[in-house]
Design a protein around this ligand. Structure first.
Ligand code: ATP
Length: 282
């Protein structure tokens, strides 16, 4: 096949791959490469997320998980292929408008929160897509929504505390409440359990599982290194290694010893009990 034909076919496949009238399709990536400074961060990624799906993205350090999350958030552009998020093609739309429809929680965003910011304000400022309260005035409905989310995430008693005084678990819950502030259609969480102790991790996994089981919750994508952090109500998994997909699909078929061994490059034995997974070297 000539190069021109191949390009034409790619364009055709991308257009075919995305049904703009499918309201349930939240993320659609087809044949996506991301290249930065001559390095392939992602290679030939084709992935679809539907509204009622809850995805976990697993892989070792440097596999490209955060890059994939940034694509889904519209904060990175593909070098090749096309990414559609909430029906809009990344790179062809006003990203500011799209971003209010996407909740994102990452360590990089969390680091931008001023330590003196009140917990209540960390959450409510998401309605203006800003970090750090300045002179904006907030609708009482926004204030009420922030209070409701803090309550749901077990932070009601700490709403008046300074963010910098919170424990890591409390910070993580505040960040998720903030990411939910705009009632997003897509919620993206990058390693929400990183740095938590066992009790904190179990508490967060249970809360995320409850969120995932809610039919009114947004589509969810959670990035992690550890199968132990997969909330039981999550439905799908995508395994990444060196920028490429090792396996993707429903969790029971995807989180297997063979797939996980290929993803992490070592022989692993995966076991599951009541929807919770553990992995150990064979
Ligand atoms: N702008 C860039 N230029 C060159 N390389 C980059 C750039 N951004 C990221 N990388 C590299 O791309 C690879 C994938 O990064 P990414 O952060 O997506 O991985 P990750 O799976 O989230 O890793 P971790 O689990 O360690 O957070 C890493 O090797 C990283 O160093």
């Amino acid at each position: 096949m000539s190069g021109l034909h191949r390009v034409a076919q790619n364009v055709h496949e991308v257009n075919q791959a995305v049904a703009p009238d499918d309201p349930d399709l939240v993320v659609a990536a087809e044949g996506v490469d991301v290249v930065r400074e001559g390095k392939h961060l992602l290679r030939d990624i084709s992935w679809r997320v539907e509204l009622d799906e809850r995805w976990v993205v697993l892989g070792p350090n440097g596999a490209g998980k955060t890059t994939l999350l940034h694509l889904a958030a519209g904060r990175a552009h593909p070098t090749k292929g096309a990414v559609y998020v909430l029906g809009e093609r990344i790179g062809r739309v006003d990203m500011h408008e799209l971003r209010t429809r996407i909740g994102l929680s990452t360590a990089a965003l969390a680091e931008r929160v001023p330590p003196g910011e009140l917990v209540r304000d960390v959450v409510v400022t998401a309605s203006w897509s800003v970090v750090g309260r300045f002179n904006e005035s907030y609708d009482p409905m926004d204030e009420a929504r922030a209070a409701e989310l803090l309550d749901e995430w077990g932070m009601a008693g700490l709403a008046q505390r300074q963010y910098g005084t919170l424990s890591e678990g409390e910070r993580k819950r505040t960040q998720i409440a903030r990411a939910l502030m705009t009632d997003p259609e897509l919620l993206l969480l990058d390693e929400p359990a990183a740095g938590l102790d066992l009790g904190g991790r179990e508490d967060l996994v249970a809360r995320l599982s409850e969120l995932a089981a809610d039919p009114d919750a947004p589509a969810l994508v959670l990035v992690t290194h550890h199968v132990e952090e997969i909330p039981p109500s999550f439905t799908h998994a995508l395994l990444l290694r060196e920028g490429g997909i090792v396996a993707a699909g429903p969790i029971p078929e995807t989180i297997t010893s063979d797939n996980l061994s290929a993803t992490f490059g070592l022989a692993l034995e995966v076991t599951s009990v009541e929807g919770r997974f553990t992995a150990r070297a064979r």
